[in-house]
Design a protein around this ligand. Sequence first.
Ligand SMILES: [Zn+2]
Ligand SMILES: [Zn+2]
Length: 374
Amino acid sequence: MSDLYSILGVQKGASQDEVKKSYRRLANKYHPDKTKGDKAKEEKFKEVQKAYEVLSDPQKRQQYDAFGSQGGPGMGGGMGFDPRDFAQNFGGAEAFSDIFEAFFGGGSQRGRSKSTKSQSIPGEDIRISLKIDFLDSVFGKEARINLKRIVKCESCGGSGAEKGSKIVTCQNCKGQGTIKEVRQTLLGQMVASKVCHVCNGEGKVPEKRCSKCNGHKRHSVNQEITVKIPAGIKSGSSIRLKGKGNEGIQSLDGDLYVQIVVEDSKKFIRQDYDIYTKCNISVIQAVLGDEIQIETVHGLETIEIPPGSEHGKQIILKGLGVPVLGQKDKRGNHIVVLQIDIPKKISKKERGLYLELAKESGLEIKPGKSGLLW
Ligand SMILES: [Zn+2]
Ligand SMILES: [Zn+2]
């Protein structure tokens, strides 16, 4: 396969306008309407389409330029191009895929892969989010969730046919799986083909549809699913339950992704695997030191405030934080941050004691202009 630029007959630096012009000219020249039956020209037409699909899309073009031409417009292969991407990314792609199906429909790879594909239904992934309590995120738990899933119809076993009913040729498309449709496009009148909506492209339908799934092969159910939430899970992380998404028909079942949202705690602040709490102490405790009880996620703990503790001092309780995900016996720390409360109001007696303290430490306290102290 030659280089995409030479297929379109343009220079490598050609503008998008030149690419478009050249494409139109060539698409016209090799249009199957004019080259009826000429296989070589059919191939050429396909090549031109594919080259245009890449070069008309700045992103694809850039990718192509970067990776060179060894992959050729065969795409699908080493270049990471998937023709299906084009249909999604490329403006007006619908028209082109229709062209492909119209002229090369039954025989082209695209047409074939489509009809085989439609017989199988891939199981879709399901994504949900689950709010859990702060402590549940620390210790883990088994959560039960109600989930709407699409499962294979147990009544027809996924065939879509009522028990005992035969599978017959679809009358709507006469077994072709596609319906031809004439439409006007910029290249003139085109025959486009659409997937037959009666048989979904299979060309075959059950004589009588399964009454449970109405021939859809699957139906939705409400199921209760147990999700094991591991200890130490962080907010925002997802748990994947393989095969618990929607069930596929002749294809893999989808997965279920449960995104965990951890509710904030009123008492604890988590940072990584450490837990922080604030602890308010009095000036007296800060000066004299004390032994107090604080709450950790693992229960009450006695800690010692050393004499002369400053505001903001951190006391670290090793291993009393959050279990490290997937590492048994390893836990973060609990960190107590001391907050010294300065009393706003003191009694007369307290004032006296403070003044005595001031005298003791050689401080001469002045009443100030407002005289509030006295
Ligand atoms: Zn059924
Ligand atoms: Zn049909």
